[in-house]
Design a protein around this ligand. Structure first.
Ligand code: AMP
Length: 218
């Protein structure tokens, strides 16, 4: 199964992807996590991406498309994957279609499902202030909604939990503007292909996972 998770920054894509990949037994590919690791390790890609990320801007399509090409070639993607944070622009979606057409799955529908998590901007502004991520493995938490078992420590790997620079309020505002302008048009792109399923954000993480699985017919 191949699936795309769409939604504004802070809609809960990362949290849901981590839960869904366990239920569906396929890996999650998060371009945000790949980029953060590249920045941390000081790779050439990381150096190219860092300033854009700090400013809440999109990293140029060529850089992202290169990353995705490499990642989808890895062995663990053979049975499918969940894409979290990619595609984020129409050119990225077109590049994804082209990349898949080159590989084995030539004909027909390229993606089983595109899920868009819907949540108002105001709720996101509130939510982002409490978000913490593991600096080691990228797992995400929320001080109130999804607290770690031990404060400041990642449940999965024991890494330190930090607030991302780009979760600061001014940057979040800018990221939301970028989302509405650059990424939201993807909803029409996939709706026209009959793939889009919109899921309203629910009061709890568990209820949203259930709503997504329901939309997937599981
Ligand atoms: P995320 O963790 O998905 O919110 O991504 C964090 C930041 O990484 C974004 O604000 C962008 O600067 C960059 N980024 C992640 N994925 C993409 C993408 N598909 N296209 C462009 N920039 C991206």
């Amino acid at each position: 199964m191949k699936m795309i998770l769409l939604g504004a920054p802070g809609a809960g894509k990362g949290t849901q992807a981590e839960r869904l990949c366990k239920v569906l037994n396929i890996p999650t590919i998060s371009t945000g996590n790949i980029l953060r690791a590249a920045v941390k390790n000081g790779t050439p890609t990381g150096k190219q991406a860092e300033a854009y990320m700090k400013a809440g801007k999109l990293v140029p399509d060529e850089v992202i498309i290169g990353i995705i090409h490499d990642r989808l070639d890895e062995d663990d993607c053979k049975n499918g994957y969940i894409l979290d944070g990619f595609p984020r622009t129409i050119p990225q979606a077109e590049a994804l279609d082209a990349a898949l057409a080159e590989s084995l799955e030539k004909a027909g529908i390229r993606f089983d499902d595109v899920i868009s998590i819907e949540i108002p901007d105001e709720a996101i502004m509130e939510r982002m202030s409490g978000r913490r991520v593991c600096e080691h493995c990228g797992a995400s938490y929320h001080l109130v909604a999804v607290p770690p078992k031990v404060p400041g420590v990642c449940d999965s790997c024991g890494g330190k939990l930090i607030q991302r620079h780009d979760d600061e309020p001014e940057t979040v505002k800018h990221r939301l503007e970028v989302y509405h302008k650059e990424t939201e048009p993807l909803k029409d792109f996939y709706a026209e292909r009959g793939l889009l399923r919109s899921v309203e954000n629910q009061p709890s993480v568990e209820a949203t996972t259930k709503a997504i699985l329901n939309a997937l017919g599981r």
